[in-house]
Design a protein around this ligand. Sequence first.
Ligand SMILES: *[C@@H]1O[C@H](CO)[C@@H](O)[C@H](O)[C@H]1NC(C)=O
Ligand SMILES: *[C@@H]1O[C@H](CO)[C@@H](O)[C@H](O)[C@H]1NC(C)=O
Ligand SMILES: *[C@@H]1O[C@H](CO)[C@@H](O)[C@H](O)[C@H]1NC(C)=O
Ligand SMILES: CC(=O)N[C@H]1CO[C@H](CO)[C@@H](O)[C@@H]1O
Length: 356
Amino acid sequence: MGALLKITFLGGLLILLGERILNFSHRSLIFNEVVPVELPGCQLVKGMEVGSEDIDVLPNGLAFISTGLKFPNVKSFAPDKPGEIVLLDLEDGNLSPSPLRIREGFNVSSFNPRGLSTYIDEKDGTVYLFVENHLHSQSIIEIFKFQEEERSLLHLKSVKHELLPSVNDIVAVGPESFYATIDFYFSNDHMKMVELYFGFPWTGVVYYSPGDVRQVATGLNNGNGITISNDKKYIYAADFTGHTINVFKKNEDWSLTPVKVVDVNSLVDNLSVDPVTGDIWTGAHPNLYKVLNYNPDNPPGSEVIRVQNIHSDNPIITRVYANNGSVIQGSSCASVYKGQLLVGTVFHRALHCPLK
Ligand SMILES: *[C@@H]1O[C@H](CO)[C@@H](O)[C@H](O)[C@H]1NC(C)=O
Ligand SMILES: *[C@@H]1O[C@H](CO)[C@@H](O)[C@H](O)[C@H]1NC(C)=O
Ligand SMILES: *[C@@H]1O[C@H](CO)[C@@H](O)[C@H](O)[C@H]1NC(C)=O
Ligand SMILES: CC(=O)N[C@H]1CO[C@H](CO)[C@@H](O)[C@@H]1O
């Protein structure tokens, strides 16, 4: 009897494991090959060769780009160089980015910027830049003030909190407050892998302001990009291995109410909103396996997806650009500004394309 029970138990466990492995290979799109979608007139941005992880564009066309990310299991072409924030002026056709100087009082030698977000103070026009600094598998949110004349950043504060163990992305909603997506429930690197394989939907969104920090959404497999609608009424959060964009209504007290989930059938990374049309743009990964096992002869590809009318019953999902890695590898974000598309990557280059 005991033996039979053990065999049954073992059999059940194996079936469960097998199911989870199959499910994971499906979720990571392991066998997916990119069907190319081309855009005319694209060019690589000069000097951006070690990543352009996240991009945020100000209303005047200045784009902040995080570059030089070091991340476990992910390729880096400059493993010994600290990360930086570079500025690219999309009003200037030259497309030549330049690093922003970070003023004294901030340790630039350990800077590892990942997600970023800007906030403009309505009263005085001050631009705040929020950056997720990924240090030793821990997240610190650094808040800077942008000094446009000097092209520099002044560090104001570092935010750490027990509810913000592994932040993926942030969207600033005040000079000191933001929403953040959490990508892993566990903080131990081995447990993160277990979590990734098993697909527990235990991550979500946390609201932070000094004195009020709470989890405001849950149910995501791996929270990733997060952004806010142009009318500031909705929050959009990407579920990376869930392949979805999750729409939440933002309430007066900063809590979130789930509205809908839109499946885009790709590993959705960072999100941005077209400032004019409200369309959602994302850089997505057509194949996670190739990102985590970098092979220059068979590199990860890139995919730019646009979602129109997300609040309607029939959102339109379009693959605007797709490449197998011959041009650009591991796309992680896409932003638009006045008929221009800027595509960023986790560790590779950045691509600029005119949109007609
Ligand atoms: C994978 O598992 C999740 C639940 O964890 C389920 O919602 C999803 O439909 C599964 N996908 C496939 C392709 O089996
Ligand atoms: C700055 O960061 C480097 C690299 O992590 C570290 O070795 C150094 O001690 C730090 N300096 C200060 C002043 O904290
Ligand atoms: C990627 O596509 C290009 C042409 O678009 C082709 O020449 C190349 O062999 C492809 N690379 C891989 C790894 O499939
Ligand atoms: C800002 C943000 O969402 N960061 C994510 C963007 O893309 C990379 C690539 O996967 C993720 O690692 C970041 O966490």
